[in-house]
Design a protein around this ligand. Sequence first.
Ligand code: G3P
Ligand code: CA
Length: 259
Amino acid sequence: MTRLAFFGFLITFIPQVMSQSPLIVAHRGYSHLAPENSLSAFERAIEIGAPFLELDVQRSANGTPIVIHDESLERTTSCSELGRTDGYTDQELQSVRIGYPSKFGLDFQHESLPTLSQALELAKGRIGVCVEIKVAGIESAIIADIAKWNMEKEVVIFSFLPEVLRSIHSLAPDLKLLFLKSKARSEDLNECLALHATALGVGGKTQLDHAFLKEAAEKNIEIWRWTVDDVREMQRLKSLGIHAIITNRPDLGLTLHLE
Ligand code: G3P
Ligand code: CA
């Protein structure tokens, strides 16, 4: 490469690379604008150009991975079904509507409860997907869904549950893993290494400072922070050099790339 071509490369590509940092992850989709964990929230995250969305996975009675945060259906559903998600088969769950009426009124009254497979199909080739596994026992089914859509390189597996990450690693060692901790400490970085997780997702109770991020970098562990919707806090995290910000307001997060 000539010197001129090299400088051309730097001018063209370095700003693009820099502008992607930190990575912005739409928490439960663009959940500020549409019901959390709905296909509408995922579509809106794609529309504004978020590089990743995050979703939560529970299970149906017959072991199908279902996209919903809570164990129970009450909070976000707008129909008469009550009780636990795993109390119904995937066939029965098809009629559940997740318009989150206490937050969005009737605006999304026809929104259906997605399976993981449906969410992956929508995302494929358009946005990366952080799959947070809320319960143990469906790891094989989740890996099968990812394989069905050939999305091994487009997903990151999240979990608070070490046994889930161990199971995923033993079944699909090439999948990227992120270990979640509400109040992360130095020893959790070592737990990441033991779990083959290359990222630690930390909650708001974590003391995030230069020393913690330096130690993580020395151990080659990315730090992802959830859930940050305040722009000033996003800017502080960016200046610390955090890898990713998980937010209900990906619109605000993406403005960091313009600074
Ligand atoms: O991305 C991590 C975060 O989603 C974990 O907390 O309760 O929102 O699933 P929660
Ligand atoms: Ca989650």
